[in-house]
Unconditional design. Sequence first.
Lengths: 90, 364
Amino acid sequence: MAQVKFTPNLKRFFPDLCECAIEADTVAEVVGAVDERWRGLGDYIIDEQGALRKHVNIFVGDELLRDKLTLSDRVSADSKIFIVQALSGG
Amino acid sequence: MLNKLLVGTRKGLLIMSRDGAASFDWKIESAHFEAIPVVYAFRDQRSDTIWVSLDHGHWGGKLHRSRNGGASWEEVEAPKYPEGDAVPPDFSVPAKTNYIWLIEPGGLDEPNRLYVGTDPGGLFVSDDGGDSFQLVETLWRHPSNTHWFGAGRDHPGTVAIQVDPRDSRHLTVGISVGGVYGSQDGGETWVARNRGLYADYLPDPLHEHGHDPHIILASPSNPDVLWQQNHCGIYRSENGGETWRDISDKNGGPAGFGFALAVDEEDERVAWVAPAVSAEYRVPVERALVISRTEDGGETWQDLRAGLPQQHCYDLVFRHALDKQGDTLAFGTTAGNFYLSDDRGDNWRCLLHNLAVVYSARFM
């Protein structure tokens, strides 16, 4: 199962958020699965059309997510997924 | 609830209160959503619920509410556009809730109804007290939406929502840029109400569509009287928006361009605006902060400057950052200053100097 980690900044809104293992074939399925576990978390990561939010990054291993529109990047059993905020702000 | 204010800033929400009804002093009672941009906050008097719109830089626009005066908060699911929807006027960009401009209560006879105005232009409605919101598709898909576009932001925004207190099915909505729309049937059908408005940025400035209301308010004492701070001047209607009249200061005063507006609860001839130099500049007129007041329906304006900085001032007052209750007016600015007057604007004092950008100010 893929290991999924989150930026600690998301714990402000989901206090019991923690690293978890997810059975999934794509990053979109990962987001769907973590949203089921932490209701509403998906809306912090993607918009209502399923696209990655502008200032959020997802790494699959060391690689940045390629398909930011539908999150179709493949995930394997040994993938490490890291969901973080982009380095933007003010 | 007199003598309390909700102040939405780029770095959080402040609840301010006066130390006793007759006191001169206001204090910050509590701070919430630290460091998160608070676009809009208001108290729904029907349910004693505080509603807050947040604009997370990273995580999207969110809605929160408190049923205990801010002691605790609950996130509710933010409005969502239907799958596959795209943004007017060219429908090339997927539609998503970029920004929640404001939240407005329905009428007193519809206690569970709320309206939400968003960027990219959609109006949403809830009939379950805000637990869920639905896009008002009749307005979103109005044939005139090919005349909508962004101004200041990339996409159009629903920035004004007025519910007629005599008939809750009578709605007036302002889209920036798009224009004024009215509904007599609770939002089932809409007509454009831009007659008399002049849009100097359009090939045909008198076109039926494509106008830019920054904010619209009805006079509580006579809701047929609507006031509008528009991109191209100040307008007033005496017939519920059927026709508008330009009431910008014709005598050389600053009242013309601006964003914010407040109207008197008792007298339909009285309103206040916060003038600025037009779109390209967006600074106070002659770098001097002024609030202008009319007491004769816009025939004449008085410029109220006592207590406000009159040189080297760059404070702008955003559209929801001026409010009035009784004889008290309050406004916050883009430079993080917060001013209050207890005599209808004749004299001002600065309560706070070092806030972040103020997006909204609403008496509770």
